[in-house]
Design a protein around this ligand. Structure first.
Ligand code: AGP
Length: 613
């Protein structure tokens, strides 16, 4: 997962950057690099592999200066290699960039720049940025203006840090959307910049966090923050606690809130190294999947518990639609006791953030014992579920601390989507044109999640209005039906409010009897193929006096006319819509629990890893 560190002051930047990157090492990466201005010239050292390799390189070819930037890269566009590692230098050799995020319109921009005569030195989307900045520097524009104008050309969510040997008194940083944080640290006559607080904690506790669409200009004696429109901003100073747990939470009150926000980066990392946007193809090498086996698979059984099982329910729709393989979703605690019918042409796919859930492990063992092929989608590296599987997809979310799972829910949704596309290609059920479209849609996801997060204040207001409810009913259909289950589970587990979820079509078979003014109904109704059906369910709830909350696509007046409260989401290709619609529900549950003064991160009676039956 990409990390950024930068320094400007009187000390040697190189060891500060290397140590800072080391503090981010636990997030995982596949290459690393740094750039320092030495004697007026930008010197770059970068390599594939771990920081130890970069340190060896720096020992062999030392570099020393008072201003520098560094990066650990988790490959998205282009293989992990020295040429694709950051920092990226522009054609003039005077501007250098490190970057987190995905440039959504990188293919168009690369063509445009190539037409202007730019030669590229890497396969990355990030390199686009340095060339764009160079395009705008000159004719009176300095580095700050160059960065500001370049950012107007790119789509997606980004965190970036830039320096220029023509202006060695400053580092320019920017954040657009939520591709991870950008934190500025204050020292005495020196300043620090990083993607994550731990990278700079050994030097300072005094920080500011950039908001989306803000830029920071760091000089050694301070920082000026402005919007992308050039308006000066006074950012609040945060004093990071000495308590390591509080320090890790950074700008957030709880780990759950932090992890909800980390989804943009977790999803970017989920795509890293697996999606070839140019060829429109997916690679999942840890799965050991051959075309022969893909064609032989007769059935997939997804087994998991709780939130992970809800992800599996979304996966069922995706795999059946795209790869045309029948999928069953089995709660792991049930699977193991029902003498499941599996054989060597069945895949049993376990999903688990902890990889240590006793029921899921037992289900995997049962599947293996009965001759099935066992795969896993797991977050915790080295866990049992990872080791038990014949093939696996590792979630790239980083550690999840909050007991209520959030980023370890959306990451497997994308993993399952990628799996469906790969199976569809290998089995020949997915026409090439459609495959390219499905793959291309993936690049939108981090930014779309970021857009939901930007609406947190609106969700918080609804949560305040609803914080004393006693019951709630969540409804969804089709691919968003599992999101009703997930939204209700989130509310139950952290706010202790009774919440039930139903496929909306089931209402008339019983649950509608519950609806009155004391039973709020939350309907998930984005513009997906089940939209019209959801509208009629909302009307029925409204007709019975229900207080109706709707998750609705921006600009949709029909659904919102019926609603008492609306959670807006941006229009999303329907097969990816659950990744987006769940975000307001996570925020809603979080803020309700927070208003009720509950222990959000460690709710009563629950554990992060359920290692008992
Ligand atoms: C999620 O918010 C819950 N805490 C819980 O349902 C969890 O998803 C379930 O226990 C499965 O855990 P796992 O992903 O670690 O296997």
């Amino acid at each position: 997962m990409c990390g950024i560190v930068g320094y400007i002051g009187d000390r040697d930047a190189t060891p500060i950057i290397l140590n800072g990157l080391k503090r981010l090492e636990y997030r995982g990466y596949d290459s690393a690099g740094l750039a320092v201005i030495q004697d007026g010239k930008i010197e770059i050292r970068r390599d594939a592999g771990k920081l130890a390799q970069l340190s060896t390189l720096v020992n062999d070819q030392p570099v020393c200066g008072h201003i520098g930037i560094g990066h650990t890269r988790w490959a998205t566009h282009g293989a992990p290699s020295a040429r694709n590692a950051h920092p990226h230098l522009g054609t003039t050799g005077k501007v250098v960039v490190v970057h987190n995020g995905i440039v959504e319109n990188f293919l168009e921009l690369r063509e445009e720049l190539a037409d202007e005569g730019v030669a590229f030195n890497s396969d990355t989307d990030s390199e686009i940025l340095v060339h764009l900045i160079e395009r705008y520097i000159g004719g009176g524009n300095g580095l700050v203006e160059g960065v500001r104008l370049a950012l107007k050309d790119i789509k997606g969510a980004h965190g970036l840090v830039v320096m220029s040997s023509d202006e060695p008194d400053k580092i320019v940083a920017a954040r657009i959307g939520n591709a991870g944080g950008v934190v500025v640290g204050f020292g005495e006559g020196e300043m620090f910049i990083a993607s994550d607080v731990p990278a700079i904690l050994e030097h300072t506790r005094k920080t500011i966090f950039l908001e989306s669409s803000q830029m920071a200009v760091l000089k050694k004696d301070g920082v000026a923050v402005q919007t992308l429109d050039g308006k000066r901003v006074e950012s609040p100073i945060h004093s990071i606690s000495w308590d390591p747990v509080a320090a890790e939470k950074g700008e957030y009150r709880h780990f759950m809130q932090k992890e909800i926000h980390e989804q943009v980066r977790a999803l970017t990392d989920t795509l890293a190294g697996r999606v070839d946007f140019e060829k429109g193809q997916i690679r999942l090498p840890e799965l050991n999947l051959t075309p022969e086996f893909s064609k032989r698979v007769e059935k997939i059984i997804i087994t998991a518990c709780g939130t992970a099982a809800h992800a599996g329910m979304v996966g069922k729709t995706l795999i059946e639609r795209i790869a045309r393989i029948p999928v069953e979703v089995d709660i792991a605690s049930e699977f193991r006791y029902r003498e499941p019918l599996v054989n060597e042409n069945t895949v049993v796919l376990a999903i688990s953030q902890s990889g240590e859930t006793a029921d899921t492990l037992a289900a995997m063992e049962e599947a293996r014992h009965r001759g099935a092929v066992v795969w896993s989608i797991v977050n915790a590296i080295g866990s049992q579920a990872m080791r038990l599987a014949d093939g696996q997809i590792s979630m790239q979310t980083g550690p999840e601390i909050g007991v209520a799972s959030t980023k370890a829910f959306t990451a497997p949704l994308v993993d399952l989507y990628m799996l469906a596309v790969l199976l569809g290609e290998l089995r020949g059920t997915l026409p090439a044109e459609e495959r390219r479209k499905l793959v291309s849609d993936l690049r939108l996801i981090p930014d779309l999640v970021g857009k939901c997060l930007n609406r947190e204040k609106e969700v918080q207001q609804v949560a305040r209005a609803m914080k004393d409810v006693k019951n709630m009913l969540y409804l969804g259909r089709g691919i968003n039906m599992p999101i009703a289950y997930e939204g209700a589970l989130k509310l139950k587990e952290i706010s202790y409010i009774h919440a039930e979820a139903y496929p909306a079509g089931e209402m008339k078979h019983g649950p509608i009897a519950l609806v009155d003014q004391d039973m709020p109904v939350l309907a998930i109704a984005p513009r997906d193929p089940w939209y019209e059906k959801m509208l009629s369910q909302i009307e029925q709830a409204k007709a019975r006096g229900g207080n109706v909350l709707v998750v609705s696509t921006e600009g949709d007046e029909r659904a919102t006319k019926l609603a008492d409260h609306t959670f807006w989401v941006t229009e999303t290709p329907w097969m990816l819509s659950p990744v987006i619609t769940v975000v307001p529900l996570q925020l809603f549950a979080y803020h309700i629990a927070s208003y009720r003064g509950l222990d959000v991160d460690q709710p009563r009676n629950l554990a992060k890893s359920v290692t008992v039956e």
